[in-house]
Each structure stands twice: as structure tokens, then as C-alpha cells.
Design a protein around this ligand. Structure first.
Ligand code: 13P
Ligand code: SF4
Length: 300
């Protein structure tokens, strides 16, 4: 039996579903039941009917699935698959921001711990951050942890004051403005598609800024046939499969998230065989963090 066949058999036996983020290895995406960006995966986790969710992504994503659907067993195949940005803000930092700005609302990017979500007013992802901030009645917003996504939101919502926390994505920060300018000069007919975790100087160069799913959608709908991609290279799997006649070029060879690449199909198999590694969070913590996630999902 191939690994893929073993996974399919175990999925049935355990009544499991495999969810994968767009940055996952191509072979993992190929065996997943659903592939999406952070927001799509959160929505999917909410209405999963299986008993077990195998979450191929990084820890905060599996935690969000558990918080949203606490009666399910949520498995993270590789225990060390974390997101360095999520470790850049803790609950105390949010409490400190609040004491400095008591009139502000706290918006927490989902790339964060359950503790940070529990301390915040509402969560957001890269695809709905602007909408979430616009939906709030407060004029002042503390945005954690990503200062680059926060700066992008601030530019889109100038009527609000955005207080930034100094977190960032170690992968998207590697793209340099010189690199994207050179890529644009070399490919003058190409569109530059940028994830808002990139630095503002790179975002300013973009023809389109969006989450991974929004970039995929843009490339599919576009009449252009060449694109320079400024987000993690795992996105190429879907872009190339969906658009065989279009050409995609990475803005930088450094756009590889080692954490997203830790999960291989062998790990997915081991995860199902051994029911590992189960996400366990305290109920009280989940209940508080869920308020912020639910508020986000309610924003239309
Ligand atoms: P998306 O919101 O596009 O899924 O991005 C998540 C992420 O971790 C980006 O680095
Ligand atoms: Fe975290 Fe950046 Fe990797 Fe996304 S790409 S999971 S933000 S380190």
C-alpha cells in the first residue's frame, strides 16, 4: 500500500479530515481534504463533522481549530511546527498596551497564541484585517503582533489611529524592495502580488496586496499571464496547478517558511496512526480566546 492509500484508509477508520494551509508541501496539499488560507481554514474547522482534524500547518492554526470546535480531536503532525511571529506577543504585552491606551480596541492577528487571543477584543487574518478594523466603533486600535500587516491596515483605514506592536514574519521580512524592483524591471509585463506581511516598502510596489487565498483568486481571474509572487513559495503548488498557461516567478528565493515545510506525508500518516500530537488547551482559556475568534467570524 502507498503512503497515500494508508492515509486514506486510516482517515476512514478514525473518521478524520485533513486540513492544510496553502504554504504546505505540495504532497501534503495533494492528500488534504481541504486547502485554504488562515480564514478559510478557521471557517472550515467550524463546520467539520468528523471526529478528528489533522491540521497540516503551524501550531496557532491547529489551536484556532481546537478553540472553534473544542469537541473535536485536533492533531498537529509535527509538534515543533510553530510560527515565530506568534511568539512575538504574549498576554502581558497586550495588558501593557491596554494600560497605555485604555480607550483602544485590541485587534489580534490569528498568528498568535491562545493566551494573546484571550486578552484581545477581536481577531483578524490577513484577508479580513481591514474589514475587522473598519467594523470597530473605537477610533484607536492596538494591532498585534504584526507591525507590517498593521501598517498595511493603517494605510487602508486612515480614519483610525493604529498603534503597532513590533512583531513581524521572519520569512516575509526577507523580501527586499531592491529585489522586487529588479524583478519588475526584468519582467515589465508581470503583476507583482504581495502578502501584507511584507514590509511597507515592498507592499508599496505591489499591483495587488492580499492573503494567500486572495492572491490565488486574483491570479486566476487576471487577464495577465505573468506574476511575481511575494509570499511563501508553497503557494506555487495551487497557482501552477490552476493556471497551467500562466507563469509565476518568486520575488525572492528566500521565501521559504521552514516551519510550514516541517510536515511531510510520512508525518501525516504517523499522526493518524498514533493520534499525535493532540492539541490540548485549558477550557477557560479556549472560552476566552473563542470570543475574539467568533467576533472576527461575525464580521461580514
Ligand atoms: P494567510 O492569512 O494568507 O493564510 O497567511 C497566513 C500566514 O501565516 C502568512 O505567513
Ligand atoms: Fe509564521 Fe511567517 Fe511562517 Fe506564516 S510564513 S507561519 S507568519 S513564520
Amino acid at each position: 500500500m502507498t503512503i497515500q492509500e494508508k492515509i486514506t484508509k486510516l482517515k476512514k477508520e478514525k473518521n478524520a479530515i485533513i486540513l492544510a494551509h496553502i504554504y504546505q508541501d505540495g504532497a501534503v496539499q495533494a492528500i488534504a481534504d481541504f486547502v485554504g488560507d488562515s480564514l478559510e481554514l478557521s471557517r472550515k474547522a467550524l463546520d467539520v463533522e468528523c471526529d478528528v482534524i489533522v491540521f497540516c500547518g503551524v501550531r496557532f492554526m491547529a489551536e484556532s481549530a481546537k478553540i472553534l470546535n473544542p469537541n473535536k480531536t485536533v492533531l498537529l503532525p509535527v509538534l515543533t511546527a510553530g510560527c515565530p511571529m506568534a511568539d512575538m506577543v504574549d498576554a502581558q504585552a497586550i495588558i501593557d498596551h491596554r494600560s497605555e491606551h485604555p480607550d483602544a480596541a485590541v485587534v489580534c492577528y490569528v498568528n498568535s497564541s491562545a493566551e494573546a487571543k484571550a486578552e484581545s477584543d477581536v481577531c483578524c487574518t490577513s484577508s479580513n484585517a481591514v474589514k475587522v478594523v473598519r467594523s470597530l466603533e473605537q477610533d484607536k486600535i492596538i494591532f498585534v503582533p504584526d507591525e507590517n500587516l498593521g501598517s498595511y491596515v493603517a494605510a487602508q483605514v486612515p480614519e483610525k489611529e493604529i498603534i503597532l506592536h513590533k512583531g513581524y514574519c521572519i520569512v516575509h521580512k526577507r523580501v527586499l524592495v531592491d529585489e522586487v524592483q529588479k524583478a519588475k524591471e526584468a519582467l515589465p509585463d508581470a503583476q507583482l502580488l504581495v502578502h501584507p506581511e511584507c514590509t511597507p516598502d515592498v507592499v508599496d510596489q505591489a499591483h495587488f496586496v492580499g492573503s494567500t487565498a486572495q492572491i490565488i483568486n486574483y491570479a486566476k481571474e487576471s487577464t495577465h499571464d505573468q506574476f511575481i509572487i511575494a509570499t511563501e513559495m508553497g503557494i506555487l503548488h495551487i497557482l501552477q496547478n490552476q493556471n497551467p498557461d500562466k507563469k509565476f516567478y518568486m520575488a525572492s528565493p528566500k521565501l521559504v517558511c521552514v516551519n510550514m515545510k516541517k510536515t511531510h506525508i510520512e508525518d501525516v500518516l504517523a499522526s493518524l496512526e498514533n493520534m499525535e500530537h493532540e492539541i490540548i488547551l485549558k477550557e477557560e482559556l479556549m472560552n476566552r480566546a473563542r470570543i475574539s475568534l467568533d467576533r472576527m467570524l461575525a464580521v461580514k
